[in-house]
Ligand binder design. Structure first.
Ligand SMILES: O=C(COP(=O)(O)O)[C@@H](O)[C@H](O)[C@H](O)[C@H](O)COP(=O)(O)O
Ligand SMILES: [Mn+2]
Ligand SMILES: [Mn+2]
Length: 345
């Protein structure tokens, strides 16, 4: 599955990031999102593949593009037989977030990226548009920390695993009222908190890389982003656990349905019989082969953002593969017109 796909998906996230970056700082989050979706879809449809979106634009958005169930790739088009024999191609599932951190792009803040994960059919958990409690940590802490334990306990374990004191740990938490007690607990335990307004995919993956000064992600974000983060963490060997949040009283945003009961019914109709199950990275991204690609839109912990210059743009992406066991940082110069000069760095 990987061979050429690994290269092509770099271009998919690059094109989405460039399109969105044109809207950086313009205060228009919907446009920044929409152009990323269109660019991602257009580039995906040039790839010799039979893809199906399993995580895309929200189930209830009625989005015209990259909606859940949409088929993408040349080999899914009506005239597919002109280009390929669809029966010879492996069917793949794709999770996309063309603009992860739309607010960050709109307000020119750090940490946004175009991102996707791919696996063979059935290899990614088709998470509902619910919230998810998440715990991410470096590989050394894998299976030692546990989302069922308190933050205080996990911080002690994490400090032990990393051979440092709790005071030397930095935990990323989304700046939301629902995290008031969690933030207090982390501070009381002695660790330092980095509050982010958006973009918990970047924060989760950063835990797997030493040198980011991010040692854990705790708290509740969106479930689809949890699956995308898990795909990367599974390939990187980092710790990632997620637990669906179906009780609107926990998040208090009204975004996850009117009542706990109706949400439980919805989960049951999707075949999720144990709504309290704790999923690890291997369960959220269980495919034999998993690929992950992200390209920075605005600057982030892992990647630079898109930089425009006369006649082109420069991007930085991260492509991770479970098959080749690689995490590649790709630095690309895009020559849209004839650039006056190309800078080495
Ligand atoms: O920040 C985020 C927004 O993503 P996007 O809509 O693609 O720009 C994500 O990283 C979060 O995981 C998540 O979507 C968020 O926590 C859910 O929203 P909120 O109710 O504001 O916490
Ligand atoms: Mn997102
Ligand atoms: Mn998004």
């Amino acid at each position: 599955m990987e061979s050429t796909l690994g290269l092509e998906i770099i271009e998919v996230v690059e094109q989405a990031a460039i399109a969105s970056a044109h809207w950086m700082g313009k205060g228009e989050k919907n446009t920044a999102d929409q152009v990323a979706v269109e660019a991602m879809r257009e580039r995906m449809n040039q790839i010799h593949m039979r893809g199906r979106i399993v995580i895309g634009e929200g189930e209830r958005d009625d989005a015209p593009m990259l909606y859940i169930g949409e088929e993408v790739g040349i080999c899914t088009q009506e005239n597919a037989k002109q280009f390929c024999n669809p029966d010879e191609l492996v069917e793949i599932d794709i999770a996309v977030d063309p603009c992860e951190g739309t607010n960050l792009v709109a307000y020119g803040q750090n940490g946004s990226m175009a991102v996707l994960a791919i696996s063979e059919k059935g290899g990614l958990f088709a998470a509902p548009d619910f919230y998810m409690k998440k715990l991410a940590a470096p590989a050394v802490a894998k299976n030692h920390v546990d989302i069922r334990k308190s933050a205080t306990e996990n911080l002690r374990i994490l400090a032990d695993c990393m051979d440092r004191s709790v005071e030397e740990l930095v935990v990323v938490v989304m700046d939301r009222p629902r995290h008031k007690d969690l933030v207090q607990e982390i501070r009381n335990a002695g660790a330092r908190v980095r509050l982010i307004s958006d973009g918990d995919v970047s924060a989760a993956i950063s835990c797997a890389f030493a040198g980011t000064n991010i040692h854990a992600l705790m708290g509740i974000g969106a479930a689809p982003e949890g699956v995308i983060s898990a795909a990367a963490m599974r390939c990187l060997g980092g710790h990632f656990q997620g637990q669906l949040i179906y009780d609107p009283a926990v998040v208090k945003t009204g975004l996850i349905g009117e009542s706990k009961e109706s949400n439980l019914e919805r989960l049951a109709s999707m075949g999720i019989d144990d709504p309290d199950k704790v999923y690890d990275a291997h369960e959220l991204a269980c495919g034999e082969t998993v690929l992950f690609a992200a390209c920075g839109i605005t600057p982030g912990t892992l990647m630079e953002g898109v930089r425009f210059f006369h006649g082109g743009a420069r991007t930085q992406s991260l492509v991770i593969s479970s098959q080749s066991k690689t995490a590649r940082f790709v630095d690309t110069v895009h020559m849209t017109d004839a650039p006056r000069r190309l800078q080495l760095k």
